[in-house]
Design a protein around this ligand. Structure first.
Ligand code: F6P
Length: 549
C-alpha cells in the first residue's frame, strides 16, 4: 500500500511558533489560579469543557485550562498543520517517513470502502472463526478444537487480549489463551490443555520475533509429543506479513492470515491480529468493534479542533506534559473489563511517542511522550492514589468508567464503582484545605491545637488535573471508539511535535543484542566481549547454574 509522501513537514521549529510562545506566556501568567476557583466562578464550566463523540462522553473540565488555554492550543494545532496531517493519515499517505510507509489502520475498519485485501482477509477470518465456534475445525484425531492459544507479543498480542478480556464471554468456545513470555507461562498453560483439541495461532508481523519464535517451536514440540503423527499442521494458523517464513514453519496457506506493512503492530488489533478476538467474541461482535472505531474516525476527520475529542485530549496532554510538568500520565479504569487497557496504551503511546528527534532528524527541543501507567481504579485507591492526592508530582489522570455494568450487572454495585471514580477526580481537583480539615476535626470534638497539628498531614493540595471518559456500557462498539480515540490522541501529539509515531527503532537494538548474548548465556561463547557489567552478570549466571563459560 504506497501513497505519496506528505509533501511538507512543518517549517518552523515548534518552540518558535507564535502559539507556543503565547502558551509559554500563558503558563507563566497562570500563577495561583486554582481549579476550585475556576469552577466556583463558572457554573457552566462542565458544559464549556465537555463533549460527546463516538458514543463517549469526555469531561475535560477538571484540567488546568481556561478557554484561553484551549484557544491557544487550537491555534498551535493550526500552526502545526494538524488538519492536513490528519487528512494525510486518514487517506493512506506515507506519513511514516523513516520506513516510507502509510499508517493506514483506519482503512481496516472502513467497511465497504476498505481496500479489497482488507475485505478479503476479514471474510476469511469470519469463515474460520465461525467454523471454530461451530466445532467444525478438527484436530488430527478428528476432535473439535476447544482451545485456541495465541502466540504473539506487543502489538501482536496486547490488542486481541484486551478485546477478549473486555468483550468475550468466559464460557466462549473455543477458549482463548494468550502467551507472550517464553518458558514458564507457556508450560503452565500447556499442562492444562489437550494437544488433540488445541490450535495455536502464531501472531507475528515479522515472523522473526525471538520470543514468539521460541514459543511456536515449543508449541510444535508439545503437539508432536501428544499427537499420533508428525504433521501438526491441523493445529496451527498464523497471522503475519512474512508469508515465506510462515510457510517454512509449516503453516498451511489456507491457515495464513496476512498483515501488511502499512499497519503498525500497535495499531493492528483491527487486522487479522484481531483473529483470536473474533474467534472468542464472534464475527458480528468484532464488526461492532470496527464500527465503533470507524465512528470515532469520522469524528476525528470532521469535527473542528475545538470540538474534536482526540485533538483536545492530545493538546491537553501536551499542555500538561510540556508546560505543566506532568512527566507521567495515569489511565485508571473503573470498568473491570478494561483491566488490560493500561499495558495496551503503554505500547501504543510510549512506542509511538517515545522519540527524541523530529521527522527531519533534528533533536526535539521539548518533551515527547509521557510515561503511561495505571490499572483498575478500585484497586488503585488502595495502592497509589495516596501519591496522586498528596504526593509532590503532578500526574494527570484519565479516568474511564461505564454508566452501566456489562450484561445487566448489579446497578447498586455499579453506583459504588462510579461514586468511587467521581470522588477521586473531584478530590484531585478541589483538594481539601487545612482550614477545612481544622473545621472538620474541631467540629468532631478535637481540640484546636491537635487539629492544627494534624491539618498539614490530612490536607489535600488539589488542583490536580484529570479527564473523565464515560462509556454508556462496555461493548465492542464503545471499546472500538475508545481505542480509536487513543490512537488518534497519540497521532495528534506526534503531529504537533513532528515526530514519527509509527517506527520503533529503539526496540530493534535490544532484539539484536539479546540474540548475541544467547550463546554466551548458554556457555557456548566467550563472555568477555561486552561491558564489564554485562560480562560479569553472564559469568555469575553461568556459575550459579553450574555452566562453564
Ligand atoms: O516491540 C517491538 C515490536 O516490533 C512491536 O512494534 C511489535 O508489535 C512487536 O515487537 C511484535 O512484533 P511482531 O509482530 O513482528 O512479532
Amino acid at each position: 500500500m504506497s501513497g505519496t509522501p506528505v509533501s511538507k513537514s512543518v517549517s518552523a521549529s515548534l518552540t518558535r511558533t507564535p502559539a507556543w510562545r503565547a502558551l509559554v506566556a500563558h503558563h507563566r501568567s497562570w500563577n495561583e489560579r486554582r481549579l476550585r476557583d475556576l469552577f466556583a466562578a463558572d457554573p457552566q464550566r462542565f458544559e464549556r469543557f465537555s463533549l460527546e463523540a463516538g458514543g463517549l462522553l469526555l469531561d475535560y473540565s477538571k484540567n488546568l485550562i481556561t478557554a484561553e488555554t484551549r484557544d491557544l492550543l487550537v491555534q498551535l494545532a493550526l500552526e502545526r498543520g494538524l488538519p492536513d496531517r490528519v487528512a494525510a493519515l486518514l487517506s493512506g499517505k506515507r506519513v511514516n517517513q523513516t520506513e516510507k510507509r502509510a499508517a493506514w489502520h483506519t482503512a481496516l475498519r472502513a467497511g465497504d470502502a476498505a481496500p479489497r485485501e482488507v475485505r478479503r482477509t476479514l471474510a476469511a477470518m469470519r469463515t474460520f472463526a465461525d467454523a471454530l465456534r461451530a466445532g467444525q475445525v478438527k484436530g488430527l484425531t478428528g476432535q473439535a478444537i476447544r482451545d485456541v492459544v495465541s502466540l504473539g507479543i506487543g502489538g501482536s498480542a496486547l490488542g486481541p487480549a484486551l478485546v477478549v478480556r473486555a468483550c468475550a464471554s468466559d464460557t466462549a468456545s473455543p477458549r482463548a489463551h494468550f502467551v507472550s513470555t517464553p518458558g514458564e507461562p507457556l508450560t503452565r498453560l500447556l499442562a492444562t490443555l489437550d494437544p488433540t483439541t488445541t490450535l495455536f495461532i502464531v501472531q507475528s508481523k515479522s515472523f522473526s520475533t525471538m520470543e514468539t519464535a521460541r514459543n511456536a517451536r515449543a508449541a510444535k514440540a508439545w503437539l508432536l509429543a501428544g499427537l499420533p503423527s508428525a504433521d501438526a499442521g491441523a493445529h496451527f494458523a498464523a497471522v503475519t506479513a512474512n508469508v515465506e517464513a510462515a510457510g517454512a514453519f509449516g503453516i498451511a496457506p489456507e491457515r495464513l492470515f496476512p498483515m501488511w506493512d502499512w499497519v503498525g503492530g500497535r495499531y493492528s488489533v483491527w487486522s487479522a491480529v484481531g483473529l483470536p478476538a473474533m474467534i472468542a467474541m464472534g464475527p458480528a461482535a468484532f464488526d461492532e468493534l470496527l464500527a465503533g472505531a470507524a465512528l470515532m474516525d469520522r469524528h476525528f476527520a470532521e469535527a473542528p479542533p475545538e470540538r474534536n475529542m482526540p485533538m483536545l485530549m492530545g493538546l491537553i496532554g501536551l499542555w500538561h506534559h510540556n508546560f505543566c510538568g506532568g512527566a507521567s500520565r495515569a489511565v485508571i479504569s473503573y470498568e473491570p473489563g478494561l483491566a488490560l487497557l493500561p499495558p495496551y496504551l503503554q505500547q501504543l503511546e510510549m512506542e509511538s511517542l517515545g522519540k527524541s528527534v523530529t521527522q527531519k532528524g533534528k533533536a526535539l527541543r521539548t518533551g515527547s511522550g509521557t510515561v503511561v501507567w495505571g490499572n483498575l481504579g478500585i484497586e488503585a485507591q488502595h495502592a497509589y492514589m495516596q501519591a496522586l492526592h498528596q504526593g509532590t508530582q503532578l500526574v494527570p489522570v484519565d479516568f474511564i468508567a461505564a454508566c452501566s455494568a456489562r450484561n445487566g450487572g448489579d446497578a447498586d454495585t455499579q453506583s459504588v464503582i462510579l461514586a468511587s471514580c467521581f470522588a477521586q477526580s473531584a478530590l484531585l481537583m478541589q483538594g481539601v484545605s487545612e482550614d477545612d480539615i481544622k473545621q472538620q476535626l474541631t467540629a468532631n470534638g478535637m481540640d484546636a491545637k491537635e487539629a492544627a497539628r494534624l491539618a498539614p498531614h490530612q490536607a489535600l493540595p488539589g488542583n490536580r488535573p484529570s479527564n473523565t471518559l464515560l462509556l454508556p456500557s462496555l461493548t465492542p462498539h464503545s471499546l472500538g471508539a475508545l481505542l480509536a480515540l487513543y490512537e488518534h490522541r497519540t497521532f495528534v501529539k506526534a503531529a504537533i511535535l513532528d515526530v514519527n509515531a509509527f517506527d520503533q527503532y529503539g526496540v530493534e537494538h535490544g532484539k539484536k543484542l539479546a540474540g548475541s548474548l544467547l550463546p554466551e548465556l548458554n556457555g557456548k561463547a566467550p563472555t568477555e566481549t561486552h561491558d564489564a557489567s554485562t560480562s560479569a552478570l553472564i559469568r555469575h549466571v553461568l556459575k550459579n547454574n553450574g555452566r562453564t563459560p
